[in-house]
Design a protein around this ligand. Structure first.
Ligand code: SAH
Ligand code: MG
Length: 211
């Protein structure tokens, strides 16, 4: 691991809370939860923005949604997940860590759940599901984002492959990486959004919605 990253991880250790215990489980079971420094950046954006309503696409075991909700009791997270095994684990984690009141889990394919989450506007949308579909999620859900709100997309540099696709052997991974490249370029052309890419961990895009 790069020295700066190692150093920052160590210096951030005091930010570790009880939810952090799920990271070991996630690593062991190859559940791709958000990297630690990226998480701390997203949490800081939530604080700066004083976000109250957050929409997340891709719950997995509920790690990131609980981390977001842990910032303040008045934060509500709506999170969408389609995988039955992940849904069961997320439910049991929300129960175990006491987040049932703050987190609403919407079950099903996120390409089809608009009508189940359009009962409110959101301050932040966190896109972290199937990487090839980020553009579709962005187009579908940003009508629910407030003016001045943020879209944060995770894994926009996917394993370093987005910047160096020639090293990818697998045809499927190559297809997915091409879609991430297209999404990133497309994001930069969106006139109503100001987007900034962060070269940290697996890459984050932070887009601010205009008028
Ligand atoms: N946000 C989580 C990690 C999510 S991993 C965290 O950082 O803790 C990505 C998840 O998105 C997986 O659990 C996968 O099942 C889910 N997913 C992928 N495509 C989806 C879709 N179209 N609809 C709903 N969930 C999806
Ligand atoms: Mg991710």
């Amino acid at each position: 691991m790069e020295a700066n990253q190692q150093y920052l991880l160590e210096i951030h250790e005091k930010t570790n809370n009880h939810i952090e215990e799920l990271r070991a489980y996630a690593e062991e079971h190859a559940v791709p939860i958000i990297d630690k420094l990226s998480l701390e950046l997203v949490k800081q954006l939530i604080r700066i923005h004083q976000a109250k309503n957050i929409l997340e696409i891709g719950t997995a075991i509920g790690y990131s949604s609980m981390q977001f909700a842990s910032i303040s009791d008045d934060i509500s997270v709506t999170t969408i997940e389609r995988d039955e095994d992940m849904i069961q684990q997320a439910k049991s984690n929300f129960e175990k860590f006491g987040y049932n009141k703050q987190i609403r889990l919407v079950e099903g394919n996120a390409l089809e759940q608009y009508s189940n989450v359009d009962d409110q506007e959101y301050d932040i949308i966190f896109i972290d599901a199937a990487k090839a579909q980020s553009k579709k999620f962005f187009e579908l859900y940003t009508p629910l984002l407030k003016k001045g709100g943020l879209v944060i997309t995770d894994n926009v540099l996917y394993h370093g492959f987005v910047a160096d696709i020639d090293v990818v052997r697998s045809r499927n991974v190559k297809q997915m990486v091409k879609k991430v490249q297209k999404f990133n370029a497309w994001l930069m052309t969106q006139e109503n959004y100001q987007t900034n890419f962060v070269n940290m961990d697996d890459g984050l895009a932070i887009s601010i919605k205009g008028e």
